[in-house]
Design a protein around this ligand. Structure first.
Ligand code: ADP
Length: 402
């Protein structure tokens, strides 16, 4: 099999048909983009694929960064070779749930440079989509080179319902380039799932304090300004480099970066039109309780109602006792339970940030009522979220970090 840039119209149409046949069997297509190189785009794309696949989703990871493919190295697949059987590319099976194709699998040596013009790049991307045995997938994650060149354009034009995740670092020079990526997506009508701010501050391993080396918060401000979702931030973490260089995923780290990335993945899943495989309309709603009704004091409530909803019906109603109250404990406990939503009277900003980062939707301003009534109101869309409702609960306690 070779990349043929002189295909006839007929060949092109036949290949388009094969591409469409494959794409029809992929639930979600996500291209990970960045304005600049070196901001961690491949690290995020690769780990997004690993995290999703370890949650049970069938994932394909396609590296179309022709000039700097790094996905294979990040997964420790230095001798990745792509087999061709019956004229079909066989993706590398990283695990049962994760298949990988990288241009690196076609090179004789990982350091070999590819000097290709646009049509050849377009040709190989189309072959990776149409002539590969991916099978059906829940997610196709595409790692695109930085900028707005041939590769992202081919993806946008070929993968019709693709959505973009944009990675930036917080410095203005990186944000300036990201604005171009945003405009590119708007021009090619590719919806943006959201923006990730990588290398956002450095947590000193000695003193544990956060240093904003490249500044922090610029990505979120930009996302708010241009009205796209902010998916979360990942700090500078030397162990991310060590893991990447050793071909290991962030999933293997068991440190705050893993938790942060987990939160980002949950945010991405929450942004998708069909949230979860086989459970499109499944929700798990947490409600803090006192005396069987919504407790206004979120941080010190006696128990939580955890209601599982499927297709608009409550299929499970549990009452659980939260762990003893300490800053951040209860929001993380709620997220660990797999809750997708939480209904509260009010909640401090710190708790809201944790829940948001972990992909739990917070709805403030709920009245003191039974969980059944509140869920019914919520599902009918009649529970009005008052936004950042309060920093103090009804008893005057600050519930900010609870
Ligand atoms: P890009 O795809 O944008 O060019 P990479 O994902 O290849 O960027 O990352 C560039 C370098 O930065 C790699 O060495 C990677 O390990 C490192 N890196 C990425 N994210 C982080 C992070 N959050 N903390 C520390 N290093 C990171």
């Amino acid at each position: 099999m070779s990349c043929n840039s002189t295909t006839t119209d007929h060949d092109f149409e036949a290949q388009s048909q094969k591409i469409n046949n494959f794409l029809q069997n992929v639930d979600h297509k996500i291209v990970v983009m960045s304005g600049k190189g070196g901001v961690g785009k491949s690290t995020i794309a690769t780990n997004l694929a690993v995290f999703l696949s370890s949650q049970g989703y069938k994932v394909g990871l396609l590296d179309v960064d022709v000039h700097g493919p790094s996905v294979a190295g990040l997964l420790g697949l230095t001798d990745l070779k792509l087999n061709i059987i019956n004229n079909r590319i066989q993706p590398y099976s990283y695990t049962d749930n994760l298949k990988v194709i990288s241009i690196q699998g076609l090179l004789n040596h990982p350091d070999e440079p590819l000097i290709w013009r646009g049509p050849m790049k377009i040709g190989i991307i189309r072959q990776f989509l149409g002539d590969a045995d991916w099978g059906s997938l829940d997610f196709l994650i595409i790692d695109s080179p930085p900028g707005t060149g041939d590769e992202p354009l081919t993806v946008a034009q070929t993968v019709i319902d693709c959505q973009a995740v944009i990675v930036t670092t917080p410095q203005e020079i990186s944000l300036a380039d990201v604005r171009k990526s945003i405009q590119f997506c708007q021009k090619v009508n590719m919806p943006i799932l959201g923006l990730i701010e990588n290398m956002s501050g450095f947590v000193c391993p000695s003193c544990n304090s956060l240093h904003a080396i490249f500044k922090s918060g610029g990505g979120e401000k930009l996302a708010t300004a241009v009205n796209i979702p902010f998916l979360g931030r990942l700090p500078i973490d030397p162990s991310v480099v060590t893991a990447g260089d050793a071909g290991q995923s962030i999933d293997s780290l068991n440190n705050p970066s893993k938790e942060k990335l987990q939160g980002i993945v949950e945010q991405i899943i929450n942004q998708l039109p069909n949230k979860k495989k086989g459970a499109d309309s499944t929700m798990k709603i947490a409600i803090p309780l006192a005396g069987g009704k919504l407790a206004t004091h979120f941080g010190h409530c006696q128990e939580f109602a955890i209601m599982t909803i499927d297709n608009g019906n409550v299929i499970k109603h549990e009452t659980l006792t939260p762990p003893p109250h300490a800053p951040g404990v209860i929001p993380n406990w709620v997220a660990d339970l797999g809750c997708t939503d939480i209904l509260v009277g009010g909640m401090g900003e710190a708790a809201q940030v944790i829940l948001k980062e972990r992909g739990v939707k917070v709805s403030c301003g709920a009245p003191s009522d039974t969980p059944e009534n509140l869920v019914a109101l919520y599902l009918r869309g009649e529970l009005v979220d008052s936004g950042n409702a309060c920093d103090h609960d009804a008893h005057g306690h600050d519930c900010g970090s609870h």
